[in-house]
Design a protein around this ligand. Structure first.
Ligand code: T3D
Length: 256
């Protein structure tokens, strides 16, 4: 079976490419592969920047809902503690620039992963979906902190409550992404930008990231832990079961 994550090098840039069938939904294996690759990026001195992108029609639809159904017996707290929470912390703590190149759909936990990167470049036509309320959950993967931080609390609340998508141009106007480029130029532009970042003063950039973390998200670890706590509550509700069931049966959810 093909690996869920392709790890390659373009000079000093480590390129991490999500590579799952259909929509790059995150499985346990993909999350662990990302954690390992980021640990490698931190260790290897000649890696000076990371580019996170994806093969296929979408960057990622977030948590794989077929796999989530399989772990339903377990607590979502535990699931988050071994998957997204360490991944988000790694992305923020890696003292090297991390650029996300986004296309297609970016939903749920994948939105959290994208927001935890330092910079985002999106293809025209990219659709962003907060996702969680669509399956009766609350935001996790750092989304409860990072989305209001970037787009403002009012907008974040609206898009989290309604689960309606917003597009690349809105994401650009609201500061959720830094650049929007034609889809056919995404890879080339993202790689060129990552190379430029890799040629920068690495220690200064790493310390800048450390300073930003300290200034505006010193409590990130506690936020992730609290998200896991409330997701555990949401995960036990009939709303969540109905939301996932409805998605898998391709019908609108019926909440009572
Ligand atoms: O403890 C924990 O881990 C809880 C944490 C949860 C974190 C989360 O990420 S919660 C949010 C999970 N994600 C979603 O709810 C998004 C669900 N997907 C969608 O809304 C849409 O698929 C997209 C907007 C992402 C893309 O729409 P579109 O029209 O381009 O594609 P599609 O037709 O909806 O999907 C294509 C296929 O991918 C389809 O399968 P099929 O019919 O070809 O066999 C669909 O079922 C499948 N798919 C889409 N999203 C997921 C998925 N399969 C598994 N998991 C998915 N998340």
């Amino acid at each position: 079976m093909d690996s869920p994550l392709h790890v390659s090098r373009e000079g000093a840039v480590m390129v991490l490419t999500l590579n799952r069938p259909k929509v790059n939904a995150f499985t346990h294996d993909l999350t662990v592969a990302l954690q390992k690759a980021l640990a490698q990026a931190a260790r290897e001195k000649d890696v000076r920047a990371v580019l996170l992108n994806a093969n296929g029609r979408a960057f990622s639809a977030g948590q794989d809902l077929t796999e989530l159904q399989a772990v339903e017996g377990e607590s979502l707290r535990h699931h988050l503690q071994v998957t997204y929470n360490p991944l988000i912390l790694q992305l923020r703590r890696l003292e090297k620039p991390v650029l996300a190149a986004l296309h297609g759909a970016v939903a749920g936990a994948a939105l959290g992963v994208a927001l935890a990167c330092d910079l985002r470049i999106a293809a025209e036509g990219t659709q962003f979906l907060v996702g969680f309320s669509g399956i009766g959950l609350a935001p996790d993967s750092g989304v409860s902190l990072l989305l209001p931080l970037m787009m403002g609390l009012g907008r974040a609340t609206e898009y989290a409550f309604t689960n309606k998508p917003f597009g690349a141009e809105e994401a650009l106007a609201w500061g959720v992404v830094n650049r929007v480029v034609p889809a056919e130029r995404l890879h080339e532009e993202a790689l060129a930008w990552a190379q430029e970042l890799a040629a920068g003063p690495l220690t200064a950039l790493g310390l800048t990231k450390r300073a930003f973390n300290r200034a505006i998200m010193p409590h990130l670890e506690a936020v992730l832990d609290y998200e896991a706590h409330i997701q555990d509550i949401a995960g036990r509700t009939p709303e969540h079961h109905e939301g996932v069931q409805a998605f898998l049966e391709k019908r609108p959810p019926r909440y009572t």
